[in-house]
Write a protein that binds this ligand. Structure first.
Ligand code: 13P
Length: 253
């Protein structure tokens, strides 16, 4: 019922040349994949070229931004507006990634503005949430995640489940090789679904996809995807090679 969303977040890797080669390789590799959605989120400088390629091809691969600025246009040097992403063939946008929260000090209310801007311009937000290691050790993980979801979604109207994706990315698992155990990840995903039920009702909450992110690799994707509330993966390092990302997309649960 929930089509798995297998997404690569390239972060600040690959310029246009490498990105085009990658997309050619991935298109061939996933041409026969039917029961899952494949998404790549490249740096902004790659998006126009990749968007054109995708428009002309049969491949089901979709494109997303890694961020946006919540305004239609204006004097915001260095920023990217939601309609620009739409024009470049993006369907999704990652918002509130832990690197945005921690390196660029984005807080829940700014992320909330971004989620609203994404919805206004018909982009599907992938709202990222997750606790730090000290927060987990202090037993605060559920509360932190709950606050991030409620803060990020304040006054955000969702009319159908495919208008929103949540990515649970425990900060201590990102780029460290330490994945959450499938049981711990499942427990948090179930918790997230109860918050979504509270906000949007059971019908929508049961359809919203909740991705897991944080050191997802070919060797651990199968057991993560076997969990009932894990509906996809948001993959950093292992999405940078066609072979490893292909294996992740083609998980066997
Ligand atoms: P890694 O897969 O490299 O741990 O990164 C996860 C992530 O932050 C995806 O958004």
């Amino acid at each position: 019922m929930r089509t798995p969303l297998m997404a690569g977040n390239w972060k600040m890797h690959k310029g246009p040349g490498e990105a085009i080669n990658f997309l050619n390789g991935l298109s061939d590799a996933v041409a026969d994949v039917e029961d899952r959605e494949v998404l790549i989120c490249p740096p902004f400088v790659d998006i126009y070229a990749l968007g054109r390629m995708l428009r002309k091809s049969e491949t089901p691969i979709k494109l997303g931004g890694q961020n946006l600025y919540p305004a239609e246009e204006g004097a915001y040097t260095g920023e990217t507006a939601p309609p620009m992403l739409k024009e470049c063939n993006c369907d999704y946008v990652i918002l509130g990634h832990s690197e945005r929260r921690h390196v660029f000090e984005e807080d829940d209310s700014f992320i909330n503005e971004k989620v609203k801007a994404a919805r206004q311009y018909d982009l599907i937000p992938i709202l990222c949430v997750g606790e730090t290691e000290p927060q987990r050790d202090a037993g605060q993980a559920e509360e932190v995640v709950s606050d991030q979801i409620r803060g990020g979604l304040t006054d955000v109207e969702i009319n159908s489940a495919d208008e929103l994706v949540i990515a649970y990315e425990p900060v201590w698992a990102i780029g460290t090789g330490r994945t959450a155990t499938p049981d711990d990840a499942q427990a948090m995903h179930a918790h997230i679904r109860t918050i979504l039920t509270d906000l949007y009702g059971e019908g929508i909450a049961n359809g919203v996809r909740i991705q897991y992110g944080g050191s997802v690799k070919p060797h651990n994707v199968d057991e993560l995807m076997a969990q009932p509330d894990i509906d996809g993966a948001l993959v950093g390092g292992a999405s940078l090679e066609v072979g490893s990302f292909e294996r992740i997309v083609k998980f066997e649960a």
